[in-house]
Every structure is written in C-alpha cells, then in structure tokens.
Design a protein around this ligand. Sequence first.
Ligand code: GTP
Ligand code: MG
Length: 611
Amino acid sequence: MSAGTVRIALVGNPNCGKTALFNQLTGGRQKVANYAGVTVERKEGRFTAPSGRVLQILDLPGTYSFDATSPDEQITRDVLEGNYPGEAAPDLIVCVADATNLRLHLRFVLEVKRLGRPVVLALNMMDAARRRGVVIDVPELSRRLGMPVVETVAVKRDGVKALIARVDGEIPDAAPARPDDAASRADLHAQVRELLAATVTMPRATAELDDALDHWALHPVFGLAILSVVMFLVFQAVYAAGKPMTDLIGDGFGWLGEHATAWMPAGPLQSLIVDGVFGGLGTVIGFLPEILVLFFFILVLEESGYLPRAAFLLDRMMVSVGLTGRSFIPLLSSFACAIPGIMGTRSITDPRDRLATILVAPLMTCSARLPVYALLIGAFIPTRKVLGIFNMQGLVLFALYAAGIVGAMVVAWVMKKLRRDRSEHALLMELPSYRLPKPRDVAIGLWERGMIFLKRLTGIILGLTILMWFLSSFPAPPAGATGPAIDYSAAGYIGRGLQVIFAPLGFNWQISVSLIPAFAARETAVAALATVYAVGGEGAGLQQALAANFSLASALSLLVWFAFAPQCMSTLAVIRRETNSWRNVGISFGYMFVVAYVASFLTYQITSLLT
Ligand SMILES: Nc1nc2c(ncn2[C@@H]2O[C@H](COP(=O)(O)OP(=O)(O)OP(=O)(O)O)[C@@H](O)[C@H]2O)c(=O)[nH]1
Ligand SMILES: [Mg+2]
C-alpha cells in the first residue's frame, strides 16, 4: 500500500461509541452522550498512524439500516455510497458495533458488508461486555463475516490500539456487493441468528440492575415524580452553588475597577476600561459559575442514560400537545443553546414534528438567559426560605424555566390545532444501558462549555459592550447642559425612541436600549445595563442601581420578556438554514414577539395594580 491519505468512515447503529472512537483516534472533542442521535453531522478529523501514513477519519450519524428515513441517516448513506456531494466513497469502512447488544448491531454490519467495500468490524464496549459475561469468539466471527474483527474500548486511553494497528495495515479485500431487496433483507435475520449461535455466549440474566432501575424510572407515576424532583433540584443547586461564587467574582471585578480608577487619569479611556470592560464584562463573567453548575447536571444526565427514559415518560404528554417523545432531547439541549437543539431535531423523522420542535425550541431557557435572570432575581427577589428549605430565588428561577416549557407546550398545541393532518406516530426509541459518568469526561465537557462562554465574552459580547459604552458616552453634552451627560448621548436618544414601544411593558429607556445588543447575544443585556448605569454615574453596583431605578413590576415584566422574546440572531439564522425557509424565520420571530409583548404587558399591568 503506497503512502498517502487513507480515508476511513466510522459507521454503525446509534449510540455504539463511534464518536468516542473518533475522539480517541483523532484527539477530537466531538460530543459524546449516552443516547441515540447525538451526532447529526458528518465530522472529519485526521491523525498520523505509526507507519507514517495519514488517516483521515469521518464520524457519521448513527444509522439503524439503509432504508434511511431521517435526514441524518441519509447523510451516512450518501457518504458510504460515494453520493455525498464533492466526496468520493471512503477507502475503508470501520463498522462499529456495541458488543453488549450484537443481536441488534450485527444486522447493520451485514448490511454494510453488502455494499461490497472494504470493512473492518470494531467490537466496541468490550469492557461492558466482559463485565456482563458476554463471550465472543472473535476469530470465528471474523471468519464467518469475512472481514477483520477487532475489540475496542473507546473510552479507555489505550482501548483502540488494536484498531489502529488494523487500519494502519493492508486494506482488507471487500466482499462482493449484493443487491438490497426485500427477500435478502428477510434473510438477514436468519444470518444474524446463525452468527450469534455460532460465536457469542450470552450470560443468562443480563443487566439486572438496569431492569430494576427502569422499574422505577419508567413507572407512570413514580417515574414522573422522579423526573420532576430531578429537574427541580437542578435549579435549586444552580442557585445554591452558583450564587456565592458569582458574588465573589463580582467583588473581584469591583476591586479591579476601583484600582483602575485610581491608577488611570480620568477621561474616556478610564471610563471605557472601568465602566465598559470591568463593569460590563465583569458582570457577565460573574455568571459563569451558575452556567457551569447547570451544565454539570446536564452532562451527568446525558451520560447516565436517563434522558431517553424521560423521553418515553413524556411521550404521551408531548404527543397530546403536538410534539413527540423524540422532541425531548433536542428541547433539552436547547437549555444550553437553541442552536444545537435545533440541529438535534435532524433525528426526528417526521418533517411536521421536526418543524414544530424547531419552532418551539427557542422558548427553552438557553444558558445565555441565565445571567439576565440571575441579575434581576438577585436585585428584586428576597433571599427568603420557603417552607424552611427552598430558596425563594431558586423557586423564581425554576418558575421562569417552567414558563418557557409551558409556553412551548401551548404554542405546539396551537400549531397542532392549526394544521390539517393530525396523525400521530408511536415512539420507537432505544433505551441505552445506564452508565456512571466518568469524572474526566464531565470535566472535559465543563471545560468546553466554559471556553464557549469565555469566547463569546471576549468576542461578540466585548464588541457589543464597547459599542454600548461608545453610544452612552458620545456625543458629549453641549456646553451649559444641566442633566446627566448620558441623557444627551446616542444611547439616550435611541433608548427614549424605543421606549415609545416598550413603555406599556414598564421598561425605562435604559432597558429599552439594552434590548438591542441583547438581540445579538442575550447576555449583553446585562453588560449593557451595567455600562449604561455606570456611565450615567450610578456605578455603585448594578444590582443596587437596578433596585433604585426600577419597580418590581418592571423587573418581572423584563424577566417575562426574556423568557419569550425572539432572540437571538444566530438562532434565527439556524432556523433559516435547517428549514431552508424564510417563512419559518418570520413565523418564529413574529409569534415570539407577540407572545413576549402580551405576556410582559399583562405581567407589568397586573403587578402594578397589586403592589
Ligand atoms: N463502557 C463503555 N462505554 C462506551 C464505550 N464507547 C462509548 N461508550 C459510551 O457510549 C455512549 C455513546 O457514545 P457515542 O460515542 O456518543 O456514540 P455514537 O455511536 O457516536 O452515537 P450517535 O452519534 O448517537 O450515533 C457514551 O455514553 C459513551 O461514553 C466503551 O468502549 N465502553
Ligand atoms: Mg456520535
């Protein structure tokens, strides 16, 4: 075999560990999680094998079979058959199978073999298989399949040695291509049974612990109770663990700001550094702990195998409002950010269910909203204990998340009523084994999330904050002006102009103007408010400034606005890309604006009457 790049594609059923293998081979950091349908795009990476050859590895979405029906499965099929635009078929296919579940996975191996291309079979999750007492006669399996078979453990550092050695060697001969028709497909079942009988010894009782856990987790009553308790505790924890660290970071930046004031000559540069960068960015960065605590729980849940169970529990309810159990995981990902959530809908087969999920995904509370919520809650909601144990601020936060979820259900239900075809499909979804998350993986996941947040902060949010500072500082007031300088600035003018629209919701001009940068990145609302109040001479801590200038009614109204408002720009762009339609962007923006406006209006007016 001559030196040069060898192109290798990783394929297999969903959740068998393809991405874990890909990361192990290439040193990549693609998302791995314990449910089907994590990877929805074709991802590429490369590494240099011991022989010096460059191996180019393709990670593909999981596929149950080649009668591909969902958009992500279609990608896999196109790549393997060489029909993917601009890409020749791979030189070698590495077919990955979950060794604990060969009954299911071997079927796809046989389908891949029929393509008539060189294939290596990787029996992954061998650690779990051994633990369960599954014994596989590898040489015999290899002989019967007519392809090399290697054992792998994708989550161990040296668990892929055998695979590297194999793909670095001669490319194996391909089996002859076979037609893919109904008769031969029925034949596959018989072949799988035969292979299993000849090569695999299963323990008599499998996965007793899983069954015992499922007895409770999937119980129609206890299951839902467990789910609610889990969700509720997550939000209490976000508050209890995040808040003290946030305060500490806030104090740190306050201290830095004071020192900068002392060292730098007064003037625009000092104001930019103190009010814009330390005041604005410092306030946003303070919310990193809350975000990390939230992600800690999301990562643990994703790796535990619990999420598809929750999807099952909620399927009935979701179907009744016009979604499906399949919408659950994309909607849950939207708590991080609507963008991966919307992309995750690619694993939803039915286009109508998919669109409904895409349109409601932005109502889930993304992590960019967390700083805004935390800031306003900190300023306006007392730190009382409710019923002795629950933290009042945590309860309000939970209520805001719940508002997003309930809002999404209502919107989906209305969409269901508006369409003619109301047929429903049963949910077919694989339940993965329960798995204890590895601290190292969770740590890497948190690190990645933290970096995403910091990159946003030093990129788009920094840019917008400087812009806000500029708008708040210039033009300078005319000679002899009496009011605060900021009233004469561009921000003052724009804010007062916008206030015409937002006054009925109880927003003052400072808030109105902060809504503009928030449209690009929501956290910027916090930085923008910090900058506007600091430049306006009220820099004694943003929370005090808010409490002094703002009524409870306005604060609640603003919280509700952020729960429902159409934001951000990138989300709208992804809706455009994923649905290929400007009309859906219009619908999404339009309905969210109306819902947010009406809900905030009612919140403000009713709270004003009551307080
Ligand atoms: N114990 C064990 N767990 C593994 C192994 N390989 C992967 N996993 C776990 O299996 C789950 C699925 O891994 P992924 O790499 O996301 O699977 P995938 O095949 O890429 O899944 P899709 O992208 O949904 O098709 C994760 O929870 C991994 O941590 C292994 O060899 N042993
Ligand atoms: Mg994957």
